[in-house]
Design a protein around this ligand. Structure first.
Ligand code: HH2
Length: 284
């Protein structure tokens, strides 16, 4: 199984680690840490040293309640980073829902469009289709970042997420986007309750039925915080959720996810190295 992207055919026979680079002042776990281009590039280089296979660069936080960022501001944040990152020798993804940012990033040579809106903004699907070669990650989100946690989805999330992802992929296929360019993502934390998020992991095999590679983004999310909280009055801070996040990433891979999107690349790569050894000894 391969993910076709602009410059790279990403081999998904082994799980791949997508390292998160947030060029934002306000991301929920690392906001402000890599908010200018030199700091973001240093972070890219560090993630690569730690074993990241893909870099995912974003300029607008999607944390619950986050305000939208104007197009010009998002371009000013991400383009200087993307311009250099595409020289680092690995696939580079742009995390955006704005067609203007997608187009500019693709013009600079970005390999993948990662869209939490699954290309639902007018012109986004066309930008990806027109390019003809970039990879794309279609993510499920219920509602929008301003409202999603106050009004999460109702009922059994798994079939609803599956249906949405299948339809999003079909819409793109209708624009003649090759199947091998598409990856799907259940959108952990995007308008779902804690129980719904964990159901999406427990029953991830049902999502695989769509027939596309799956990307899972559990890193430091509030469901991990909720699982770790125990009797404490508040959940642990995002940076204190590393081991819990690695556990979720590992379980996602064990249940068939091909790409994990993470902040803590070194820890995740270590966990996957152990997973790989066990896997190599498993009976076929
Ligand atoms: N999660 C976030 C952002 N982009 N993209 C995909 N495909 N899957 C995800 O789960 C996902 C995503 C949110 O995490 P983060 O980028 O760390 O935070 P913020 O949006 O606050 O910058």
């Amino acid at each position: 199984m391969q993910w076709s992207t602009t410059r790279f055919q990403i081999d998904l026979s082994a799980p791949r680690v997508m390292g998160i680079v947030n060029v934002t002042p306000d991301s929920f776990s690392d906001g402000g840490r890599h908010a200018d281009a030199p700091a973001a590039l240093r972070h890219c280089e560090r993630l690569l040293k730690e074993g990241a296979d893909i870099l995912d660069i974003g300029g607008e936080s999607t944390r619950p309640g986050s305000p939208p960022v104007p197009l010009a501001e998002e371009l000013a944040r991400v383009l200087p980073v993307l311009r250099e990152a595409v020289r680092l020798g690995v696939p580079v993804s742009v995390d955006t829902y704005k067609p203007g940012v997608m187009q500019a990033a693709l013009d600079l040579g970005a390999d993948i469009v990662n869209d939490v809106w699954a290309l639902r903004q007018p012109g986004a699907a066309e930008a990806v289709a027109r390019h003809g070669a970039c990879g794309v990650c279609l993510m499920h989100m219920h509602g929008d970042p301003r409202t999603m946690q106050s009004a999460p989805m109702a009922g059994d999330a798994v079939p609803q997420v599956l249906l949405f992802l299948e339809q999003s992929a079909q819409n793109l296929r209708r624009l003649e986007v090759e199947k091998t360019r598409i990856v799907l993502d259940p959108g952990i934390g995007f308008g779902k309750t804690v129980a719904q998020n964990f159901a999406l992991l427990a029953r991830q095999d049902e999502l695989l039925a769509a027939g596309y590679p799956l990307l899972a983004g559990w890193s430091r999310k509030s469901s991990i915080g909720a699982a770790l909280q125990g009797d404490a009055p508040v959940p642990p801070a995002a940076a204190e959720r590393v081991a819990g996040s690695v556990a979720a990433a590992l379980m996602a891979v064990e249940r068939g996810a091909r790409i994990v999107r993470v902040h803590d690349v070194r820890d995740t790569v270590q966990a996957l190295a152990v997973w790989r050894q066990v896997r190599a000894q498993a009976r076929r």
